[in-house]
Design a protein around this ligand. Structure first.
Ligand code: SF4
Ligand code: SF4
Ligand code: SF4
Length: 287
């Protein structure tokens, strides 16, 4: 299954951006345990729900363990030729962990041909984007669930920003401003950008078209509307039906390419999207 993105950017076979994901795989390195915000749908007992499938927790790796794992996977006859992308997506927020930068540095030195990819809540994006560019980050995913701070205040209970805790709409205002500013800078650097939006019925569904318009204008390539997995603060919310999800994505498609095959992989997934490749104790457990 391909995405429906129509934009033409250099995706270099990246499976999450419309590259052939039957042939090209990605390897996630779970080097980022800490997070600097609290999303209402996150229980923090599992991987970051922004990009990773809840229900299983990754085994954390140090940067040196991570590069050793990359070596092992790239030396494998089966997996070596498949892996095209190294992604850091959790289990917390990559930008809240110095290990992320060290890991990308190590990967870039030893495996310069691998695409570097990262997923973030975006809080620290404006201040880290230059470093990410220097490290050769090719593709970036930002999870952006609201444009309106009042809506955001219902999704994020707090953020920790530069040593201070902010709550409610004030927290959301800072987060949203940084997400948009960071996304714009990333686009100016030529990064390929995906925006994840967790669809929370009754909370942010009315905002989705405006999010699509805004992120397209700022330079995003594709959007991934993900269904809420009810847990934590949103345990009592009914998740979107498949029909609702489909209709939101179809309406969005007129604005920006839609990524529809996301399986919300684990932060330590290795291999082809949607296939169980039991390697190095990790797999894409999407289906
Ligand atoms: Fe959880 Fe990820 Fe949100 Fe942090 S950014 S609270 S790890 S879902
Ligand atoms: Fe990159 Fe996200 Fe795909 Fe991982 S899941 S390779 S971080 S786009
Ligand atoms: Fe990331 Fe998996 Fe979704 Fe691709 S399918 S975007 S690898 S979570």
């Amino acid at each position: 299954m391909a995405t429906t993105c129509s934009a033409k950017k250099n995706i270099q076979g990246h499976p999450c951006f419309g590259g052939n994901h039957h042939k090209n795989g990605r390897m996630h390195l779970a080097v980022a345990p800490r997070c600097n915000i609290k999303c209402g749908y996150c229980s923090r007992r599992h991987d970051c729900a922004n990009e990773s499938r809840p229900g299983v927790t990754s085994r954390l790796l140090t940067p040196l363990e991570a590069i050793a794992k990359v070596r092992e996977v790239m030396a494998s006859e089966i997996m070596g030729p498949i892996i095209k992308v190294i992604g850091i997506a959790g289990p917390g927020d990559p930008l809240a962990n110095e290990e992320t930068f060290e890991t990308f540095r190590l990967v870039g030195e030893e495996f310069p041909h691998l695409i570097k990819c990262m997923s973030t809540n975006g809080l620290l994006l404006p201040e880290k984007i230059d470093l990410l560019n220097e490290l050769g980050l090719h593709s970036l995913t930002v999870t952006l669930n609201a444009l309106d701070a009042q809506v955001g205040g219902r999704i994020y209970s707090h953020i920790n920003y530069h040593g201070q805790k902010y709550t409610g709409a004030e927290a959301a205002r800072i987060l949203i401003a940084n997400q948009l500013q960071g996304l714009k800078k990333a686009a100016e650097f030529g990064m390929t950008i995906k925006v994840n939006t967790v669809l929370i019925p009754g909370v942010n569904d009315a905002e989705v078209p405006a999010i699509a318009e805004k992120v397209k204008e700022l330079g995003a390539f594709v959007m991934n509307v993900m269904p809420l997995i009810p847990q934590a603060d949103f345990a009592g919310v009914t998740p979107p039906s498949p029909e609702m999800l489909e209709s939101v994505r179809t309406a969005n498609e007129r604005i920006i390419g839609q990524f529809k095959h996301c399986r919300q992989c684990r932060a330590d997934a290795v291999g082809l999207i949607g296939q169980d490749m039991q390697f190095a104790k990790a797999s894409c457990s999407g289906n």
